[in-house]
Design a protein around this ligand. Sequence first.
Ligand SMILES: *[C@@H]1O[C@H](CO)[C@@H](O)[C@H](O)[C@H]1NC(C)=O
Ligand SMILES: *[C@@H]1O[C@H](CO)[C@@H](O)[C@H](O)[C@H]1NC(C)=O
Length: 338
Amino acid sequence: MGDGASLFYLRIFFLCSGFPLLLFSHSVPTPINLHGLRSISFDEGYTQLFGDSNLMLLRDGKTVHISLDERTGAGFASVDLFLYGFFSASIKLPLDYAAGVVVAFYMSNGDVFEKNHDELDFEFLGNIRGREWRVQTNIYGNGSTSLGREERYRLWFDPTEDFHNYSILWTTNRIIFYIDNVPIRELARTEAMGGDFPSKPMSLYATIWDGSTWATAGGRYKVNYKFAPYVAAFSDLVLHGCDVDPIDHLSTCHDKQDGLYNSISITPKQRSAMQSLRRKHMIYSYCYDSERYPTPLPECLADAREAEQFEGAGSGRSGYRRRGKHHHHRAQAVPATF
Ligand SMILES: *[C@@H]1O[C@H](CO)[C@@H](O)[C@H](O)[C@H]1NC(C)=O
Ligand SMILES: *[C@@H]1O[C@H](CO)[C@@H](O)[C@H](O)[C@H]1NC(C)=O
């Protein structure tokens, strides 16, 4: 019931949301409202990657549950590759005891460019009961895996209680990570970064997997399958970018859309919100880890106030851990334990 009607509204919505783009496509791009973009159903943009019945669609296919149990984790990926754009999901993390559990929402092209891949990550690290989940962001460009650019934050809400939006804006000259529409990290491209700034088409991924060996206190707390299944819910899926043909890697949009995304910047109000969140909730940044990087990486513009907060923190304070080969969990299921 209502299929015709909902299709009708979908079309109307599509027309409305596309209208400003068409209108201004020949002049200077007007800023788009990133946080009002149309969300898609799973089937419109994504496909299951692994985990057989541990991926479940709900609510007309607009919400996806992926779960981890003793047999397997689960994951999905976008059908298309994208070169720049805005990508978002609203995510609710597994309840209760979740030590060793890792949920990731990220972009990568690891299976297309094995030696020089790019990657943009949100990673959620489970914890023992009563301790909060932590979120990590990271960036790799053109195979820069020896240079991690991790930042970690304590969340200022309980991410297991409700859905929250996690979004990535990726343009030719900057990358912004947002949580609930507030920017939490901005990377402006510098010439010195060279290929370390991601600039090849990537797909979107969402996975849940067993990170027992490193995720919680460096592997001290493992996944306890007594509490399984661990369920992560994804909704409000937004894939708004230049899609690229997976075979010939030709993009359909080029300059017009690049301009559209490049016109987005952080407003003064957003910037002060970002600075405040970072001061209160960031627990690690590679920019201030002088033990690991005696000379900070080139894009680490000194934010004097932020630097002061992290002065002398070194890697001791960070709890930084390399998580090993990242893309393996794309195809790899957790080995059966029973
Ligand atoms: C998350 O994004 C969706 C769609 O863009 C929006 O409807 C919702 O209000 C947002 N939620 C939060 C917590 O910002
Ligand atoms: C990326 O890596 C490839 C292979 O290592 C290299 O040939 C290319 O010049 C690099 N690109 C940039 C922009 O640094």
